[in-house]
Write a protein that binds this ligand. Structure first.
Ligand code: SF4
Ligand code: SF4
Length: 246
């Protein structure tokens, strides 16, 4: 079995643990409960989580996806079975086709309710524990099953590319960060050291053409989740993390 770096071992352990604990807190990532809350003028738990993800992306991009997301934990567990199945990038727009009307509905909800009246992290669920009865377990298995099937059929982390309703918050935050040009977590490269071995391409769980990003000397890509696989795989030390303006 291929050896992985200590950093990647720790990262995968964290996101797999997040996946195992997902039944306890999935309501805080719910794309459905936020709509109910909006129409009552209530900022619920998932609205708070998505706000935190957006704010975090202003400093650390999509690091949540690589280092904390339970869906990522399940998707990367599947990678052991679909290691060579790269996900096509052409369908990345699909998540925007889901996200834009969904956000429109949330905004319409708050407008209809006359604005924000209260903040309640456990609005409509009454408990911080998410899966506590049969219907909530059915929801949980439906979401987990969708992530699992997409990974097995469409490729590595296909759910993150095509269906994740959280990714756009972080992609927008990262674009704003790039426009403002202040120091933040990113990848930097020294293309002249690259030997074109393409190990980085093989290691990328987001199926990016990392070699091409290296060749152009700019690692910025909306689908990069800052997992660091390419950093740890490249024996030439071409790619590294940097907290800088880029
Ligand atoms: S792993 Fe390193 S040397 Fe090999 S192609 Fe990628 S950046 Fe270049
Ligand atoms: S480019 Fe590197 S850091 Fe970004 S997702 Fe791919 S392997 Fe991870």
């Amino acid at each position: 079995m291929k050896r992985i770096s200590k950093r990647q071992f720790v990262r995968r352990a964290i996101i797999f643990a997040a996946f195992l604990l997902f039944p306890l807190f999935y309501n805080f990532l719910s794309p459905y409960l936020i709509i109910n809350g909006a129409f009552e003028g209530v900022v619920n738990g998932s609205a708070l989580t998505f706000s935190v993800l957006f704010l975090s992306s202003l400093l650390v991009g999509r690091a949540w996806c690589a280092w904390a997301c339970p869906a990522g934990g399940l998707a990367e567990a599947c990678i052991y079975y679909v290691r060579d199945k790269k996900t096509g990038q052409k369908g990345n727009w699909i998540k925007w086709a889901i996200w834009i009307p969904w956000m429109g509905l949330i905004i319409a909800g708050f407008v209809t309710a006359g604005g924000i009246h209260s903040v309640n992290p456990i609005h409509l669920v009454g408990s911080v524990i998410s899966a506590k009865d049969l219907p909530s377990y059915i929801i949980y298995y439906f979401v987990a099953g969708t992530i699992f099937v997409l990974s097995l059929t469409a490729g590595n982390r296909a759910f993150c590319h095509y269906a994740c309703w959280m990714a756009p918050f972080m992609i927008i935050g990262r674009k704003l960060r790039n426009l403002a040009k202040y120091p933040s977590l990113r990848l930097v490269v020294e293309p002249e050291k690259c030997t074109d071995c393409k190990q980085c391409v093989r290691s990328c769980p987001m199926s990016l053409d990392v070699n091409e990003l290296v060749a152009r000397g700019d690692m910025e890509h909306s689908e990069c989740i800052l997992c660091g696989n390419c950093v740890d795989t490249c024996h030439q030390g071409v790619i590294r993390y940097s907290f800088s303006k880029g």
